[in-house]
Write a protein that binds this ligand. Structure first.
Ligand code: SF4
Length: 266
């Protein structure tokens, strides 16, 4: 069923009925909001209702509170989607509930891996140990793609400093006819830390224990002093991200850099 199921999923993607934003729309928005504060930008967009069906996708990781606070401040009713791989730390689930309550996020939902796909491809839950790419595909990539099928636009926590294309990361991009919004696109690590302090945002419970980037339990470890913040992810594997790429983008994950379509929601 494996290949047939995947083919079926991809076929349904092809007939997605989401209204198509165009590159011209993204260009216009980039010009309109050039130099405008990200929170002000979101508030204007939400107020005018021009984004159609829009949602935030969040992993409730160590930096997620910033984007969620920005969005909630602009409009706390904007949907928030959490992809639960069913391999999450209990602390992440607690943090999700904490932020949801604290920010008054009133429209949060969870998307999970397809049970039939899990039964077929990861029956014993150990696929991560011999095929982490395949595990991420069925536990993260497919559920997120499924969640986005109902959206016209989505808000990402992607930051330019995490990408090899940092100076080229626009605030508005087009991906499969959907508008992808990167409110934190030009933020630096220092900007994030300042925002945490300024708004007294709670930290992920595991951060103080040395987990600087938090993903799934089997694939996350403590980062040692001097290591890259993401060194604790997939330690021992030649793998740096979860496989969520811009369609058609080359896979450069194994080159030690984050690919152009990298989404740090995980
Ligand atoms: S991070 Fe690990 S456990 Fe989570 S989906 Fe990827 S391979 Fe599986």
């Amino acid at each position: 069923m494996a290949d047939a199921a995947r083919a079926s999923v991809r076929q349904r993607d092809l007939i997605d009925t989401a209204p198509a934003f165009t590159q011209a729309d993204a260009d216009r928005l980039n010009a309109r909001f050039a130099g405008v504060d990200g929170g002000v930008m979101l508030a204007e967009l939400f107020a005018e209702g021009s984004l159609g069906r829009v949602a935030v996708v969040s992993s409730f990781g160590t930096e997620s509170a910033v984007l969620l606070h920005l969005v909630a401040t602009a409009d706390h009713t904007v949907p928030v989607i959490f992809v639960d791989t069913l391999k999450m730390f209990p602390e992440t689930l607690t943090y999700r509930d904490t932020l949801t309550d604290l920010f008054g996020l009133s429209n949060s939902s969870v998307v999970e891996p397809d049970a039939a796909v899990l039964a077929a491809k990861d029956e014993n839950g150990l696929r991560w140990s011999w095929d982490p790419d395949g595990c991420c595909e069925i536990r993260k990539v497919e559920p997120l793609a499924r969640a986005k099928k109902g959206l016209d636009a989505w808000i990402s926590g992607r930051k330019a400093f995490q990408s090899v294309t940092r100076e080229n990361l626009p605030r508005f991009e087009i991906e499969d006819g959907r508008l992808k919004i990167n409110p934190l696109g030009n933020w630096t690590k220092d900007d994030l830390e300042t925002y945490f302090d300024l708004h007294d945002l709670p930290r992920h419970p595991l951060e103080a224990q040395g987990y600087l980037s938090v993903g799934c339990v089997p694939c996350t470890s403590v980062v040692k002093p001097g290591e890259d913040p993401r060194a604790g992810r997939w330690r021992g594997w030649d793998k740096t991200e979860c496989g969520i790429h811009t369609p058609g983008a080359p896979d450069v994950a194994n080159e030690g850099e984050l690919p152009p379509g990298y989404e740090p929601v995980f």
